[in-house]
Unconditional design. Structure first.
Length: 134
């Protein structure tokens, strides 16, 4: 199905990510994630090419939504910067041209490093690491 090498390895990693958290049933969450709102609060994200920005993450069950408290020239304060599902780790991130022209959501992926560090990757646009603000 795939030529030997990169394509096959990428497909294997993708299948693993898609199935890893559903092994225990449809409501399973990644290891270390409970259904309580442990991700609620302010987080600091380092946006490459910009500066550190503060976002407020709101957890509703398995769903996370990050809204910018401090914005930039592209996505302003008060706008959703990304949202994702904790079970699938799939989501979407908002991008726009300067001055919030043509805002739109593109596919993305959440990576949970630990309870105080997460990474959101915008497909074809890079990633931002977020640290929980204490």
């Amino acid at each position: 199905m795939y030529p030997r090498g990169r394509g096959q390895a990428a497909a294997t990693r993708r299948r693993f990510r898609e199935n890893a958290y559903s092994a225990a049933g449809a409501s399973a969450l990644p290891l270390g994630v409970s259904k309580t709102e442990q991700y609620n609060g302010e987080w600091i994200g380092h946006y490459p090419g910009h500066f550190d920005e503060v976002v407020k993450i709101q957890q509703n069950g398995e769903d996370l939504e990050a809204v910018k408290i401090t914005g930039d020239d592209y996505v302003p304060a008060g706008a959703v910067t990304w949202r994702a599902n904790l079970r699938t780790l799939r989501g979407e991130g908002q991008i726009a041209e300067r001055e919030f022209v043509r805002p739109r959501f593109i596919p993305g992926e959440l990576r949970i490093v630990n309870e105080e560090r997460i990474i959101f990757r915008w497909e074809s646009c890079g990633e931002v690491e977020f640290r929980k603000d204490e």
